[in-house]
Design a protein around this ligand. Sequence first.
Ligand code: PLP
Ligand code: ZN
Length: 429
Amino acid sequence: MRKRTWKLVCMECRAEYSGTSPRYRCECGGMLDVIHDIHAHRGHLDVKKWNDRRYSHNETDRSGVWRFREIVLPVHYEMVVTRCEGNTNLYGSPRIARFTGMDNILLKHEGENPTGSFKDRGMSAGLTAAKMLGMTQVACASTGNSAAAMASYAATAGMQAIVFVPEGTVAMGKLHQSLAYGARTIQIPCDFDRLLRLVEDACLAGGVYLLNSMNPFRFEGEKTIGYELLQDLGWQVPDWVVVPGGNLGHSAALAKGFRELYDLRLIGRMPRIAVIQAAGANPFYTAFRSRNPVAPLAKVSTFAAAIAVGNPYSWKKSLRGLKDTDGLVEEVSDREILDAKLAVDAAGIGAESASCATVAGIRKLVDSGTIKKGELVCGILTGHLLKDLDTVINYHQGRLGELSAGHVNPLLRAAADTDSILEIIRNVD
Ligand SMILES: *Cc1c(COP(=O)(O)O)cnc(C)c1O
Ligand SMILES: [Zn+2]
């Protein structure tokens, strides 16, 4: 047997667990981290090996998660559940740079993952953990991108996926990917908080592996956004990495990942992480500014659905990461998110609304002088344009209420004759 190079450690009381049986949190209730034996790896890991794997014909090596497997989850090839996730593009757009007030800006488009969001990276690791633990059923309580990713990766692994949703509050349109990928979808008549507790108890008793946001292995997959970003940059460390924050999982994961590379001496300094929240769903922003614990919000209000979270699971891990990277939290209004989305979409890139909080946040931080013009700034676009059809259609039809004020791109109409068509195409601006 190879020597195990990781274990689970409680972030509160430091209790350790082997991770060889399903466990989602510590006996004390604290969240768990996968802690890798950095000393065992130091000197044995080099970026050249990771760079070479990127061009491999083997999809596990080529995966943007598993090419870094030594410090993600060292398992045998057959155990890995992958759709060759990651390998997302890093775009430099002069138009978006101008929009934010920068000379240059780089946007890593995680919407280019197999199911259209970065959740694929976490679920690739989560389903691999499920397989490693011998589980055959996986579950999560989610209405959006997490459920879609879990359903796809469970299908890939040949496992049964179960998605729990609160009855009556979920738009069926948001579940279409889960249904398509074959997940059993169960509605329960209660609110989301109660649903989470019920699902946790039922999964423990029923031997179903739970892939909710507290699952420690998901963080290991999500942190590879940062590894691949550094690879894209030829291992040049950016000054800022800017991300939207909802449950605050991937911001926490990014910071953990950068710390590991720093401790491995593969990077010489840490980038600063900026988390951007919607002003209508900003409990982390409020807590960060006032130096208080997060006080959950009973009601949230933002059209950026993927970050409409009032009670973020992972705020303690994210806060730890911000302290470690000299990071910060900013908030942006729905108007600012929408303006950023219009700019990102019209630049030909396109992204889900929540993703565009990143660009709105960069603009605001440049405006306030927090981000300096010459700095190297990388924003993460978390989800695909196609995740959010309603927002786009409604906006350009002028049906997004007061948010529709501004430049719209309405659907045009010409009569079925050449003159009418010429008349229109000569007048388009
Ligand atoms: C999940 C998600 C977020 C929020 O990420 P957290 O890790 O929960 O903070 C942002 N954008 C998209 C598209 C997402 O799917
Ligand atoms: Zn503990």
